[in-house]
Structure formats: structure tokens, C-alpha cells
Design a protein around this ligand. Structure first.
Ligand SMILES: CC(C)(COP(=O)(O)OP(=O)(O)OC[C@H]1O[C@@H](n2cnc3c(N)ncnc32)[C@H](O)[C@@H]1OP(=O)(O)O)[C@@H](O)C(=O)NCCC(=O)NCCS
Length: 149
């Protein structure tokens, strides 16, 4: 697996991965393309056997990093792809002297909650009825240890 900066030709594959997770807020090809205009935005692809198997997008808003979207194709689930993408986000955060990583996740998204807990995120807030006016968003944060800075 390699983690690299995303390119325009990846966006169709990213949109296909989003399509494998019904209910997950999808950016679509246009959404990924629109991020190119934001100089704080970083989109990374996880490439397995020459094809995108997952992606992550985050904004570097020093002293915070905001994780906006992360998904892995069904064929590659539980293979460490999301963990590798998160690991690269932590590297970017450290290089950019950021002290914390923030994200929002649907309260019913058990795989994502397990992933983030495993990587040291803690719940710091809750937004009721955030998704489709029904499910709450949990606000999670990871404070980066000084040794990572
Ligand atoms: C959440 C998601 C990104 C995880 O991707 P992944 O590549 O399968 O995750 P990893 O293989 O790196 O998993 C690392 C750890 O997270 C936890 N985890 C991940 N998926 C899990 C699941 N379905 N059930 C329980 N724990 C899970 C486990 O602790 C796992 O370690 P293990 O496999 O050694 O037990 C993936 O399920 C996904 O794309 N979901 C749809 C999109 C989404 O919800 N994104 C989150 C945005 S907030």
C-alpha cells in the first residue's frame, strides 16, 4: 500500500468508494475537485495494487487539523487502509505544528467510532440531529502528544 497525494484522475474512484457506503455523506467528483482551490486542504489516496482503495481529506487550520472525510472501499476493509491514512494525517499535523485533530462522526457509525477510539480520539461534544435531522454528530478530538510535535 502506498499513501500519496490525490490526483484529479482519482476522483472517479473516490466517488465509487463513497457509493459503496450508502448513507455516508458523499462529496462526489466535484466535491474533491473543489478542494483543489483550498490551499489548506489535503486529499490523500491509499493505493493498493495500483488502484485507489481509500481516501482522506483534511484541512490544516493551525493549531488544529480538521478531518473532513475518510472512506475505504469494501474490498479493502479491515486491512489497515484507514489506519494508514490517519497515520499520514498525524505526520502532516506534526510537520505543521498542529496540536489537535478534530472530526465529526455519526453516533451510529460503529466502525468509524472503533477506528477513532483505537487511534486515541475522545468525545468532546455532541450535535443532536446533525445528520438528516435525525442522528447526532459526535465531535471527536485527538490531542497530539508533545513527542509527535
Ligand atoms: C470506518 C472505515 C474508514 C474504517 O476503514 P478500515 O480501512 O476498514 O479500517 P482499519 O482496517 O484501519 O481498522 C483499524 C481498526 O479500527 C477498528 N475497526 C475498523 N472497522 C471496524 C468494524 N467494522 N468493526 C469494529 N471495529 C472496526 C478496529 O479496531 C480495527 O483494527 P482491527 O482490524 O485490527 O481490529 C471504513 O469502515 C469506512 O470506509 N466506512 C465508511 C465511511 C465512514 O464511515 N468513514 C468515517 C468517516 S467519520
Amino acid at each position: 500500500m502506498i499513501i500519496r497525494r490525490a490526483r484529479a484522475e482519482d476522483y472517479a474512484a473516490f466517488a465509487a468508494i463513497e457509493g459503496e457506503h450508502p448513507g455516508y455523506p458523499a462529496w462526489g467528483e466535484k466535491g474533491f475537485a473543489a478542494e483543489e482551490a483550498n490551499r489548506n486542504s489535503v486529499t490523500l489516496a491509499a493505493e493498493v495494487e495500483g488502484r485507489p482503495a481509500g481516501f482522506i481529506n483534511f484541512w490544516i487550520l493551525r493549531p488544529q487539523v480538521q478531518l473532513n472525510t475518510l472512506a475505504v472501499g469494501r474490498a479493502a476493509l479491515r486491512g489497515g487502509v484507514a489506519s494508514a491514512l490517519l497515520g499520514k494525517l498525524f505526520e502532516y499535523a506534526a510537520k505543521s505544528a498542529c496540536r489537535e485533530v478534530d472530526l465529526e462522526v455519526n453516533e451510529h457509525n460503529a466502525p468509524a467510532l472503533a477506528l477513532y477510539r483505537r487511534h486515541g480520539f475522545e468525545m468532546v461534544g455532541k450535535r443532536p440531529k446533525f445528520y438528516n435531522n435525525t442522528d447526532a454528530a459526535l465531535l471527536l478530538r485527538k490531542v497530539l502528544p508533545p513527542k509527535d510535535l
